[in-house]
Design a protein around this ligand. Structure first.
Ligand code: EPU
Length: 419
């Protein structure tokens, strides 16, 4: 993957409309789910981001034909040629694990490289593997690969020991082609899972319990092609709403489903932000000094871990001491070192970040350690005095469609250089 360095000149006046793209974390499982269909699928509103490109390439290697252009994916996986996800793919994006369930269910055999280390902490996949075993799969983990085999998966009753987004998605997908009924309990209820279920139903799957933590799936022999539009990306939505809080009153964030970021909007209101919602548009007014808050990250509908870093940047501009407790991942504070280089005053104690404001941020040379960390650094750079340079900026392009272009359109000064 190409790498980039980003330069941002801070403190520009921003004003205008930012349009939110389709959700990366809905597109990824939905692309993986096309393995379950015996004919062509059309997915619309797919964001042009690196993680999606990686998933598309992985499916091409398995045997997919089609193309990904202008946010549309045409894909046909009627022929599985090589049921393998290589190390090169899994190293680039952990979401390749989403291929395991559908590929095993469709093909009776799947070999998927173990997802590699991760910058945000331990990201285990034991629930994925245990659930598939309960459905009758024989699973071996050897030489960095998961090999899974089962002539036909059997319906099972599985309770997730903890809430997992991709775990829930993997087992739902696998169950759609299993023999009999599967009941999955203690499922994650993120909007991306609900969208995946809507998509699977349009392919012919029989699923009940959408939006609840107990999902029942009656297996079919095969699913068929369909057309589906991906929901808007709630993390991109939240990131730009936070940008609006940082940079003034004239930014409108459009193509939103505001309830998806209800937890963020509630926190912003507690801080004193005035929020106006008209249809799919969110606009922000910051009437005066913002108040500190206490925030916990939690599974949906709680405050998302994927907005923790961006909220941290905003809290550096709040008068007083705020705390964020990270409850999902055990090492997701790498942005803090970088924000402190800009002049922030943030201390980490276990899984709690203590943010003391108000800090006047200054441009600096920074390193993007992961996707959401890189977004928090861009937000910091927008309000910093002087220029900021961010290395390893490919991290940003893994999950944000054209963030420099979208922000430049409303007045920012950001350039990305290939390195
Ligand atoms: N966990 C286990 N065992 C498992 C699965 C998860 O112990 O088998 C633990 C993890 O170690 C973690 C917690 O459960 O502590 C939650 O992990 P989860 O499985 O929910 O995360 P994920 O499915 O790997 C998805 C998103 C992440 C997002 C998390 C939490 C996708 C492709 N990824 O990851 O998105 O942070 O849910 O909401 O949907 C991002 O977009 O930047 C991103 C990291």
């Amino acid at each position: 993957m190409d790498n980039y360095k980003i330069r941002i000149a801070g403190r520009k006046r921003l004003s205008g409309t930012i349009i939110v793209s389709g959700a990366k974390n809905a597109s990824l499982p939905e692309l993986a789910a096309t393995i379950l269909a015996d004919s062509e699928v059309l997915l619309k509103g797919v964001p042009n981001v690196e993680d999606v490109n990686t998933m598309f390439n992985a499916l091409e290697r398995i045997g997919a034909t089609g193309n990904f252009d202008h946010n549309k994916v045409n894909i046909n996986l009627s022929n599985i040629k090589e049921p393998v996800v290589s190390e090169t793919i899994s190293k680039t994006s952990r979401s390749s694990i989403l291929i395991l369930g559908p590929l095993l269910a469709r093909n009776g055999y799947a070999r998927v490289s173990l997802p590699g280390g991760c910058a945000i902490g331990d990201r285990k996949i034991d629930f994925h593997l245990e659930g598939l075993k309960r459905m009758g799969a024989e699973i071996n983990v050897e030489d960095g690969y998961i090999s899974a085999r089962s002539k036909r998966l059997k319906g099972a009753d599985y309770t997730f020991p903890g809430v997992s987004v991709t775990g829930t998605e993997n087992l739902i997908m696998a169950s759609t082609l299993a023999d009999g009924e599967t009941i999955l309990r203690n499922c994650a209820v993120e909007p991306e899972i609900t969208d995946l279920i809507t998509f699977l139903e349009s392919m012919g799957a029989d699923i009940t319990g959408q939006g609840t933590d107990t999902i029942r799936i009656s297996g079919k022999d095969i699913l068929s092609g369909t057309s589906h539009t991906v929901i808007p990306d709630r993390i991109e939505m939240g990131t730009y709403v936070i940008a609006a809080c940082l940079r003034g009153d004239n930014i409108v964030v459009k193509n939103c489903i505001p309830e998806y970021i209800g937890s963020l909007l509630k926190i912003l209101e507690l801080m004193g932000v005035e929020i106006t919602i008209i249809k799919d548009e969110i606009s922000i007014k910051v009437p005066g000094r913002l108040k500190p808050v206490e925030v916990n990250t939690d599974p949906y509908p709680g405050f998302p871990t994927d907005l923790q870093a961006q909220l941290t940047t905003l809290l550096t501009q709040v008068d007083g001491v705020s705390h964020i407790r990270e409850n999902i991942f055990n090492n997701r504070f790498k942005h803090v070192i970088e924000l402190n280089k800009m002049g922030a005053n943030i201390a980490i104690n276990g899984n709690i970040a203590e943010i003391k404001g108000i800090s006047g941020l200054k441009g600096a040379y920074l390193n993007a350690t992961d996707l959401r960390a890189s977004a928090s650094l861009v937000l910091g750079a927008l309000i910093a005095e002087g220029e900021t340079y961010i290395d390893n900026a490919y991290q940003l392009f893994r999950g944000y469609e054209d963030m420099p272009g979208k922000l430049n359109k409303i007045g920012a000064d950001i350039s990305a250089m290939k390195v």
